[in-house]
Ligand binder design. Structure first.
Ligand code: 5GP
Ligand code: ZN
Length: 118
């Protein structure tokens, strides 16, 4: 069983932010901003590539509620999902990072120059 499935099953403790039948939100163990929460579906999908659109829609609604619960919906925040090797995904259970609580940087993004792709 993957590490986030163990968190859902309470085999590994976590700091809950919000929960319903299908989704779970909890504080990242290694926060990169004053607010850094992970949102996961309780069903295991390896990454964003695998989640059905209908489920993704419900997850979007849940994340909107999470942002309100965290009090960052008006000040602004960022939602990130790292996908696969180039995306820098480390945990193989779909998750969205919800980060905010301060002005976020938008910096150097890739090992290659964008103009090299086109
Ligand atoms: P990824 O790099 O896969 O997009 O992000 C994985 C995230 O999961 C990282 O930000 C990391 O800090 C977080 N993480 C990894 N293991 C645990 C854990 O056991 N508990 C919590 N709360 N966060 C974790
Ligand atoms: Zn899992």
């Amino acid at each position: 069983m993957c590490i986030f499935c163990k968190i859902i099953n309470k085999e590994i403790p976590s700091n809950t932010v919000a929960e319903n039948e299908e989704f779970y939100a909890f504080h990242d163990i290694n926060p990169k901003a004053p607010v850094h929460v992970l949102v996961i579906p309780k069903t295991h999908y390896n990454s964003f590539n695998d989640i059905p659109g209908e489920m993704m829609g419900k997850m979007g609604t849940f994340m909107q509620e999470v942002a309100k619960t965290l009090g960052i919906d008006q000040s602004g925040y960022r939602i990130i999902s790292n996908i696969g090797e180039n995306g820098g995904q480390e945990v193989g259970h779909l998750h969205f990072h919800v980060v905010g609580g301060a002005k976020l940087h938008w910096g150097h993004f890739a090992d290659a120059d964008p103009k090299d792709f086109f």
